[in-house]
Design a protein around this ligand. Sequence first.
Ligand code: C2E
Ligand code: MG
Ligand code: MG
Length: 721
Amino acid sequence: MSDSYKILIIDDDPTLRLIAEKKLQQYGYVVLTAATGKEGIQVAIEKSPDILLLDYELPDMTGVEVCRYLRNHTLAIDKPILFIAGKEDYQSIENAFQAGATDFSSKPLNWNILVYRIQYMLRAHEINLSLISSEARLAKAQKVAKLANWEYNVVDKSFKWSETMYDLLDINPQKMETILLEDFFQRIPEPDLYTVQQAITNCIENNISFDLEHLLITGEGQHKIVSHLASVIKNELNDIVEYVGTLQDITERRCTEDQIRSLAYFDSLTGLMNRESFLTSIDAVLSGNEKYDLLSALLFIDLDDFKRVNDTLGHELGDLLLCEIADRLKQCVRTAEQDREYQTDNHRMIKNPLPDGVVRLNSIDIQRFDLARLGGDEFTIFLTDIPNEEVAASVSKRLLKALEKPFILDGYEVYVTFSIGIAISPYDGESMQVLLKNADTAMYSAKTNGKNTFRFYAHEMNARALYRLELETDLRSAIENNELHLVYQPQVCLQTGKLIGAEALMRWTHTTKGDISPTEFIPLAEATGQILVIGDWLFRQFNSNLQDWKQKNLIPEKFKLALNVSSLQFHQSNMMEKVEAVFSDSELNKHIEFELTESVMMKNAAANLEKLNALAKRNITLSIDDFGTGYSSLSYLNRFPVDTLKIDRSFISNLEDNGQIVIVNAILAMAKGMNIKVVAEGIESQWQYDFLKDAGCDIGQGYFISKPIRTDKFEKLLNDN
Ligand code: C2E
Ligand code: MG
Ligand code: MG
């Protein structure tokens, strides 16, 4: 045993002091003695002994009083104190422990044993000290590293958090004694909460470690980002002994990273993408487009007379204006992703109209867009995956409208106009550099054309786009003005030549432009969402015709009237409610067939199957329109309740060509095998008619039989039949 340990004996019995001194010195202890309580306290303060032997009864005060004093007032606060009592009295033992005694021994003392007891007490004390110090070191290290940890005890199923958790959560430890798992969960905001709960449960129940980053809301209401890792701890026998997790505050690191990223990729004035990142991101899109035959549009937007603004209002307000423009551009360009309800729920579209001037980029038009400030007063928008250039025109038109409203700068009302140049990829260039140059050229042409307007790079696109834009505006009033109507194209049984059905086709008779083909206005209506309103009209009109003819007894038992249902119309979430509201008579429904294209059916196949089954329940049958132009795979259409297949006109019009014959024969054989009826569309000659009849095709439709005719004429035809 170390010879440097100091031991203080406080006892009024001189013999005991003497024996103790001799005995302990033999073991190398430095022995200090005191005969009274007062003296003992004084020696303890002055000499700071490593261990104390304290008599229970002293002449001037009790041992308990001495002990309490030392514990409360001096450096001996944590030193082991061994009480020595004259009798084994449980009350005095209790009193001694209450006052802070470490251990207890009663007279007469067995010195050989007592020496060992002293040694053990000193060793235990040392271990305790080193534990406290390493815990303190760990806590300090954790504090510096902003690290907290938790342990889950497998035996008692309890959670324990490190002290540093209070710092991490900014909670006052005095206010909350223990942190419960629920308290921790309460500090995680919604989107992350589920993930963290799941991860912790998974860790404990299925022994799966995790590594997550998530948000925490501190007691001060601030957000912190933490990196949260957890793993399973096993012993040598591979039994799980505990689960431990660490949380590190990485908020600062994140902020720095964000700052670096933002400096590199974003315009410091407006926060929009800068030139470099815009060019890189667009280049990636363009190289992807080559593969898929997709169109993209680059809109080059330039402020008219920015110099005038700068000269009259000063550069500071000029900068402010640019920021306001950026904000307005950001606000008024949105993707359908952000306004998902638009596509799926017509009601919501009416309940929550977009703020005035917001340009909705319907996702059937545009999958993605990018917005940047190239520098100065030049802004660019890149529209990806657009179906045609008209989308770019209508976006430009609406942008100009949104930018027309005055900007309020420091109390001044400032009116500015813009010129937009449009280049379409791949027509006007396949690389970003070329597109940018051409969009810039187009922008100059817009400026020379009187400003506050847009121009395409290719001239022929201008006229076409303008025409489409006019149509789009006119289409809005077409329903109210009664300009839409239905025509019916008869279908005959090829084997008997008898009229067995018809396809309803929409027509728009424009007051000044005359008849406009559905191939022109339907894609336009799809792109703008107007098809939903038109589709509602179509349902009602079609049903009222059918009802009318049925009442007049003109509809034979097996007669079918087909209706084309557009993609957007079919995919809206309340489609079935609309069907149920209009087509409520299941007797009448037996005569209704919905025509859908393959691509409509294949998009969202699972949800469609539900709708198609619901239609079948209401006696409405299903026909695949334009078969052969899309997926052309009957085998996977097999899982839908398909009744009829319409071979696309393009196969029939080239039927004389040997290759087409092979295809048509194959489709007929396949359909027969699957018990699906086949309609041949676009029969234009006797030869085609005869061929299809001999090949075993069920139904024919086409100009050779009849062009689509007006309802009154069709009614007469039904009558004659
Ligand atoms: P579709 O559903 O494949 O309709 C057949 C188209 O082929 C009709 O054109 C019809 O007039 C035309 N056609 C029929 N027989 C012949 C022929 O022998 N020779 C030629 N050259 N053409 C023939 P239409 O009426 O111009 O409609 C074009 C497309 O517009 C339709 O193709 C359909 O996809 C869409 N459409 C028409 N009406 C509606 C409607 O009410 N709702 C929806 N959603 N789409 C419609
Ligand atoms: Mg059709
Ligand atoms: Mg068709």
